[in-house]
Unconditional design. Structure first.
Length: 317
């Protein structure tokens, strides 16, 4: 069985280390290994983790998404070789872009044999997110890739302000499950076992969550687009459609997921992508009582909803 990996992300001061300490204080029956990344040469987060049993590795003086990505690979390989843990937590710097970290698990076949990216958890500084997110693109990236979002420091917000921020977060992170927390206090068991990057256990949204070409636009650049159809999708056309999007948008195509009913295929085709890196496969058979409908979600910058919808419709039989 593969070892699940949880990535903790969030902007500076949001509460990532507080959440990590809560997770380690309530491990259940799991034994964790931990990788802590700090941008400064002198790291202190690892000193704040009260840990007796966990294997803790500190990576300093750079970000996992760029200058110390090689160190991340080396650390992961060393942990896998050593063994002795049931789950892994990676705490990134507040400046990290989660995309290259997710791609690390998608690209490396050796790691994929032992590790599976379980979820990206983003901690949000409630009192400051309103003024931060337009000025710091890292926050938008972190939220776009998140599978779970913690709206933290709610004790410092009024009820109306909390509602406003939650609406913003649901636009910035439409694929995630959202929790309201104070000092990251919550049932941490809800953060693990999500298998968000496992195609074998892939699900996308709740019934009624998608409408044709439904566009969330929260600023002039970043948007999420959801598409659904009851028509079957032609495989070759769809693959060409995704490749064209990857070439057209590059790094601006932040994250995308889908469940498709392909022509001449009795099983669901599920796929997901992180920028130019995508993975897909056929999984379980469509149930007799289940409509063969296709659902897709795209999150990115400057997405042309009309053109994207037209291109997708050209993939249909």
């Amino acid at each position: 069985m593969k070892i699940p990996v949880t990535v903790l992300t969030g902007y500076l001061g949001a509460g990532k280390t507080t959440l990590l300490r809560r997770m380690l204080a309530n491990p259940g029956e799991q034994k964790f290994a931990v990788i802590v990344n700090e941008f400064a040469e002198l790291g202190i987060d690892s000193e704040l983790i009260e840990s007796r049993d966990e294997e803790v590795i500190q990576l300093s003086n750079g970000c996992l998404c760029c200058s110390v990505r090689g160190d991340l690979l080396s650390s992961l390989e060393a942990l896998v070789a050593k063994g002795g843990f049931d789950a892994l937590i990676i705490e990134t710097t507040g400046l990290a872009n989660p995309a290259p970290i997710a791609q690390t698990f998608m690209l490396d076949d050796d790691l994929n044999d032992r590790l599976v990216l379980d979820a990206v958890v983003c901690v949000v500084d409630g009192p400051h997110i309103g003024g931060y997110w337009k000025r710091h693109p890292e926050i938008v990236q972190q939220l776009a890739f998140a599978d779970v979002v913690l709206l933290n420091k709610c004790e410092q917000l009024t009820a109306d302000r909390t509602d406003d921020i939650e609406r913003l977060l649901r636009k910035l992170s439409p694929l995630s499950r959202l929790f309201r927390t104070s000092r990251c206090e919550m049932d941490v068991a809800a953060l693990t076992g999500r298998r968000a990057y496992s195609l074998a256990e892939f699900e996308l949204g709740a019934p009624g969550a998608f409408v044709p070409a439904f566009l969330h636009r929260h600023d002039e650049e970043v948007s999420s687009i959801s598409l659904t159809t009851d028509k079957e999708v032609v495989p070759d056309r769809f693959m060409a459609f995704i490749q064209t999007l990857q070439l057209q948008y590059g790094e601006d195509l932040l994250r995308y997921k889908g469940v498709l009913a392909m022509t001449n295929e009795p099983r669901r085709f599920v796929f997901q992508g992180v920028q130019a890196m995508a993975d897909g496969d056929v999984q379980r058979y469509w149930r007799e009582d289940e409509p063969r409908s296709s659902k897709l979600v795209f999150i990115g910058r400057n997405l042309d909803a009309r053109a994207l919808r037209a291109s997708f419709e050209a993939c249909l039989q």
